[in-house]
Ligand binder design. Structure first.
Ligand SMILES: Cc1cc2nc3c(=O)[nH]c(=O)nc-3n(C[C@H](O)[C@H](O)[C@H](O)COP(=O)(O)O)c2cc1C
Length: 203
């Protein structure tokens, strides 16, 4: 019997979901052009969800990080309801990862460090574009960009106070592996106290 997908069993998964994530994220570099792209789901205070893609810029031993505008729709929703879900899919390996947890802003220092390393055009764009706000026309945005170019001509572009990093600290992971006949493998990690409990769930 042959099967092109790599079977996944809870006992073979690393005790740390972060190590498991790293292993899958690493494998994906062979088959994905943009493996940092991840769906971020937030919900408003009245429990209405919204989803969009962001770029996963940090993964460390306890959290996941991305950057955005704190006054955008996602920024406002995270202010009202600081919980989110991340969803990642790798078609080439038939793998999906779900991550859920609480979200906070990164420190000003961390956001400054990232912002200062961005291309100048991205920095100016963060000033020119009030992300998620109504825009009369494309021309309005281009004029705003031009104004920012003039404003900061010959000097460094500071990070706008409304732009910075978000950090999600997970309490749940799911690693999903495609298998034949829809008998997929699903391994959940739940945080119980300070221990990650691994368990298989039905596909
Ligand atoms: C592949 C991809 C990556 C993206 N990465 C980011 C990102 O890192 N940060 C960001 O603010 N928006 C990013 N965007 C744009 C968002 O999807 C979204 O349009 C924007 O953040 C506004 O969302 P909101 O109005 O729900 O806040 C990305 C879009 C795509 C398609």
């Amino acid at each position: 019997m042959s099967e092109r997908w790599i079977p996944l069993d809870a006992k073979d998964c690393d005790p740390s979901p972060f190590v498991q994530f790293h292993a899958w994220f690493h494998d994906a570099s062979e088959v994905m052009r943009d493996r940092e792209a991840i769906a971020l789901v937030t919900a408003s205070s009245d429990a209405k969800p919204s989803a969009r893609m962001v770029l996963l810029r940090h993964v460390d031993a306890t959290s996941f990080g991305w950057y955005s505008n704190y006054e955008s729709r996602k920024g406002v929703e995270l202010e009202q309801n600081p919980y989110a879900a991340l969803l990642w899919y790798c078609e080439g390996l038939g793998r999906q990862i779900r991550i859920e947890g609480s979200v906070e802003h990164m420190s000003a220092e961390e956001s400054d460090e990232y912002f200062s390393a961005r291309p100048r055009g991205h920095q100016l764009g963060a000033h020119a574009s009030h992300q998620s706000a109504f825009l009369e026309s494309r021309q309005y945005l281009e004029t705003a960009m031009h104004d920012e170019e003039l404003r900061y001509e010959g000097r460094d572009v500071p990070r706008p106070p409304y732009w910075g990093g978000f950090r999600l600290t997970p309490n749940f992971f799911e690693f999903w592996q495609h298998r034949e006949d829809r008998l997929h493998d699903r391994v959940f990690y739940r945080l119980v106290g300070s221990t990650w409990v691994r368990e298989r769930h039905a596909p």
